[in-house]
Design a binder for this molecule. Structure first.
Ligand SMILES: Cc1cc2nc3c(=O)[nH]c(=O)nc-3n(C[C@H](O)[C@H](O)[C@H](O)COP(=O)(O)OP(=O)(O)OC[C@H]3O[C@@H](n4cnc5c(N)ncnc54)[C@H](O)[C@@H]3O)c2cc1C
Length: 310
């Protein structure tokens, strides 16, 4: 409950325009702890650097809730260019995409633009041997995202496209079971948005318990599972679970965010687990950065100190 109050306060303050302007101009230095620059070249360099520690990358061009078809198409073009650049640099083009940033919810020529653009991006991933994960956004988008995910898996296969379930949503366990026929590649996260108690569990202990249930059920069903968390006790429990159930290391990976628990990322990679860092970049970093700050009280002090230093 306290976590929720803290998160809602930080996101509420961060949503005010004057605060956004102040943070955008004064906190870019601090934001770079979580964001790998503004250009695709710096993000690709970050993947190459992480590779030296045996850590894989998941590139994410930042942007969300795009309101015009032109902007959505431009965004999709940038993601397509990113995939090509990554492949040219010798990196498997593994990217994450928020469907709202490529036009989800906007109808163009009778079709949902988000799905049209996602088809182009997932189609290119298939040609390049890459992968696309459809990020999960706030709860009003879950139904459409899961429907579009189903369409894309049917067209391109579960080795090319995956999506995300958030353990704070009451519905996620039922959603997971309903996707089983696709043998889907799923990333399990706790959830980063400010959601009402009518749809999301307000208590952290419940979110954590739901997280474990989702991961265990997905692994037991034989599906590829991305355990996306920095929570050490969850990571330990997953390690024990896979040992106890004879689940091979090739059926799951640990995922963490760029700039968070790099020590743990390295340690897991050294232990022979697949580890992938989610590497966000781009000019539209503010909303992503606000969510990272809202996850941890110590981060507010980190930002304020950084801003005072200039
Ligand atoms: C690879 C990846 C992809 C994600 N994709 C999505 C998505 O598509 N949709 C979505 O809603 N959410 C997404 N998230 C965010 C996720 O929902 C959580 O908000 C976030 O991961 C924090 O939860 P946690 O599991 O690390 O556990 P927590 O219990 O929040 O944190 C556990 C520990 O991790 C460390 N930690 C966590 N967050 C921070 C931080 N911001 N700064 C510093 N330390 C921190 C702290 O040591 C903390 O004690 C993603 C997370 C990851 C790792």
């Amino acid at each position: 409950m306290i976590d929720r109050i803290y998160r809602s306060t930080v996101l509420g303050v961060a949503g005010r325009k004057p605060i956004e302007q102040l943070v955008r101009t004064r906190a870019w230095g601090v934001a770079q702890r979580f964001v790998a620059g503004e250009e695709s070249s710096t993000a690709i360099a970050a993947v190459q650097e992480l590779a030296q520690d045996g850590i894989l990358g998941n590139l994410d061009l930042l942007g969300e809730f795009v309101s015009s078809p032109e902007t959505a198409n431009t965004f999709a073009e940038q993601v397509l260019a990113l995939q090509t650049q990554a492949a040219a640099a010798g990196i498997r083009p593994y990217v994450s995409v928020k469907l709202s940033s490529v036009g989800q919810g906007q109808t163009v020529e009778g079709a949902d633009l988000g799905l049209t653009n996602a088809r182009r991006i997932v189609g290119q991933a298939k040609r390049l041997g890459g992968f696309v994960c459809l990020d999960m956004e706030d709860h009003p988008r879950v139904d459409q995202t899961l429907e579009q995910f189903r369409v894309l898996v049917n067209e391109f296969g579960h080795d090319t496209v995956g999506t995300v379930l958030q353990s704070y949503l009451y519905r996620s366990e039922a959603d997971r079971a309903s996707l089983d026929d696709l043998q889907p590649n799923l990333r399990i996260v706790k959830g980063a948005y400010l959601e009402p108690a009518s749809v999301a569990m307000p208590d952290k202990a419940d979110v954590d318990a739901s997280y474990r249930r989702l991961v265990y059920a997905h692994l037991k069903a034989g599906n590829y599972t991305n355990v996306a968390s920095h929570d050490e006790s969850i990571i330990q429990d997953v390690k024990h679970f896979v040992l106890a159930h004879g689940i091979p290391k090739t059926q799951f990976e640990f995922q963490m965010l760029y700039g968070i628990r790099r020590d743990l990322q390295r340690e897991l990679a050294q232990q022979g687990y697949t580890v992938r860092a989610y590497i966000p970049y781009g000019r539209d970093w503010y909303a992503y950065f606000s969510r990272r700050i809202a996850e941890r009280p110590a981060n507010v002090m980190f930002v304020l100190r950084g801003m005072l230093k200039g």
